[in-house]
Design a protein around this ligand. Sequence first.
Ligand code: ARG
Length: 619
Amino acid sequence: MNVLERVRTAFAAATPEGADSQAFALAVRPSQDAKFGDYQANGCMGIAKAAGKNPREVAQDVANRVQLEPLAGVPEIAGAGFINVRLHEAWVAKTLGDLLNDDHLGIVSPESPQTVVVDYSSPNVAKPMHVGHIRSTAIGECLARVFDALGHKVIRDNHLGDWGSQFGMILWGWKNHRDEAAYAAGPVSELARLYRLAQSIIKPGEFLHDEKYEKVFELRKAGKVDDADKLFQKLKSDPSETWEQVEAIVAEGRRIANEARAETAKLHSGDGETRRLWEQFMPYCLKALEAIYDRLGVRFDHQLGESFYDPMLADVVKDLRVKGLAVESEGATVVFTESTKAPVLVQKRDGAFNYTTTDLATIKYRANEWRPDLLLYVVDHRQGDHFKGLFEVARKWGFDNVEMEHVAFGTVLGKDKKPYKTRDGDVVGLESLLDEAVAQARSVVDENSPDLDKQARANVAEIVGIGAIKYADLSQNRMSDYVFDTKKMTATNGNTGAYHQYAYARIQSIFRKGNVDIAALRASRPVITLATPVERALGVALLRLPECLAVVASELKPNLLTDYLFGLANTFSTFFDACPVLKAETEELRLSRLALADLTARTIRFGLNLLGIETADRM
Ligand code: ARG
């Protein structure tokens, strides 16, 4: 049990008569301000109010009965009936001493570990990965590492989109516009070119939805030809452009969209040549992804893409029908649900299965193969409705003993606060953004560490640059949008990855400067002294890693970990400014402070590792 859990358990046992002990325990929180102690029990006011009693009396009664030893003594009552718990310095010091030789920094494995499947990254292959993919990849990897560190069994699955409409576009491009020499030289860039080409032709066909002439189309549709023409004259950027030309482009877009759709259908129906091309393209696509995952330090246990489930889809629909869940509606097959506005479509009118059918097959497969307790889907918030419907159908279908959670996230924005794009409107490839952050980090490293040789600076720049992007992403409340700005991300002060990497390296440099043998220091188990408030604050903060991770896992929020680490690094900084370490007044104090510094460095390193961020001893 972590410290918070221990304090909560003590309070649960001292719950006032008639009140709910679980709720009472949950109202115990870490204190916001050290002057209110380390933990605060806030449940007495509500209980007193409900019972018509004096809250301070209720609190006093709890305080007299609660058994917090050896962690803390009799707590204090404050304000309207708060109970403040202050940990004994001696207990904190002793527990920190135990941590010196504990690789898990106080994290104790649960009695019954859970099996957690994390479905993350999951890009549609054949399109180059873009900035949006960093979110699912970084958040998913972090949650996987946190559950793993807490002692659960984690299965990481990259649910690749390897079977969808983007392949139809590539196949169409291949059949009509391929450049064999370019393909031989670089298959993935040629496929990406074909994809972009197809998209550039198809996109104007979708004018009616989002393009600049949408309003013109609407007016024409409404029969207001003159108004439409006036607006068109105003909007067009090329004076010689005629409306007939626009219409021709739109018609062409729709024609090609149909042809691409037909290619997708051929792939799904097992057409020999199409299938052979798909099999030829796939390894190249996977290899390109692999290069990015390597650079990001991400690895999966499985990469079972959509194509893997294709043979199971017909049975899914059949079974849903047999169980009376799926019914026919306007020629299509749907499941009626309470949680979504529209019924959930599982087979289209033309017989095609869809994204949802595949996800249902996936749930069945995962449930049968891996017997998970929890399924996490780290996917863009815009798929919220999809997952609501999916989970409801899956539960009705019988998968009601596995918890399913959509871990949603917001959008990455450019400096103009709009979804991140380059000037010519293309979404920027992820690879080039990684390069940009690393280059930015390189100039920071060159400036800060002229003493390192060139190769060392390049290595540090890579981990700072990649770490910067991950940290910036993970330190946001995941539902918020954020602005992608590599310059801010790589700053060495403020709540950034680099700030923490420097804090870590700084502690290592203390050890080097003092010629400290860390292994010997740990083994000697020096007595830790928490004589000053800053040492005490640092000591208490170091004990909180396990309880922080427990909350990260239950709320699925990596930013709670970055908040914790930022607080810890700042607390260390205050400590280091106030307390001489190598030049401490006595040898005993020197060893105690070195031990605190070591624990801080290890906690930062451990925490950064859970964020997928590396550290260097010298920066
Ligand atoms: N490939 C999908 C996309 O890019 C995300 C897949 C998420 N996972 C899932 N099981 N649906 O939108």
